[in-house]
Design a protein around this ligand. Sequence first.
Ligand SMILES: C[S@@+](CC[C@H](N)C(=O)[O-])C[C@H]1O[C@@H](n2cnc3c(N)ncnc32)[C@H](O)[C@@H]1O
Length: 238
Amino acid sequence: MKPEKLTGQARAQYVQAMFSRIAYRYDLMNRLMTFGQDRYWRAEVIRRAALPTGGRLLDLGTGTGDLAIDALRLPGVSAVAGDFTLEMMLVGHRRLQARRQHEPAWSGADALHLPFREQVFDAVVSGFLMRNVSDVERALREQRRVLRPGGRVVILDTTRPKPNLLTPVINIHMHRVIPALGKLLTGEGEAYTYLPDSTENFLSAEQLAARLQAAGFIQVGFRRLNFGTIAIHWGVNP
Ligand SMILES: C[S@@+](CC[C@H](N)C(=O)[O-])C[C@H]1O[C@@H](n2cnc3c(N)ncnc32)[C@H](O)[C@@H]1O
């Protein structure tokens, strides 16, 4: 079965094994395939999280910790970086240690069963996580559970662009260039075939916004970036 069609535990195991294999080259691949743009998208996620001074952020599906690290630059902010693939977090931890840089609190965490109490975070952010989870509704419920009233959720992920003049170029980039580059750099072409395939099988930007509303978030909105291939969604816990 195609990996993006897997469900439940089988999906989780596939995703975990894949990110374990590509962990050591993950950041380099990100920079190359987004032409370095991901840094700007991450900065916008942190801006939209609207953390108060001294606020607490959860970066869920943190990978090597990029969003959490960005948040730590804000005054007094503390960040928990949670993921269920320990190898990804280890890469981030070792890099920060080598640079003697302040680290987030790394936490083994499954997005479907968060190991945190109710209402402990001012913001929950995620980068390229939601497309991978086997139960989007449950993941959103869990994020809302750990958010304080008035706290924000911000989601960055790839999304299906609406057909436009650039569609043929985007398709070549997604289906040919990225898998070839992924194979060259990580030896794992399949992981980078999963990226476009899981994007195409994921909810549309409008559908994800509707799921946020159904989960009880208010002031829900989203913005498309990068020729419509990336979306940032947000919402507030009432
Ligand atoms: C594409 S990477 C994104 C990493 C990082 N957030 C970024 O923006 O580059 C997706 C991450 O989500 C994690 N992940 C996927 N499903 C998860 C789940 N159910 N619970 C926790 N982490 C999950 C993977 O282990 C992986 O590290």
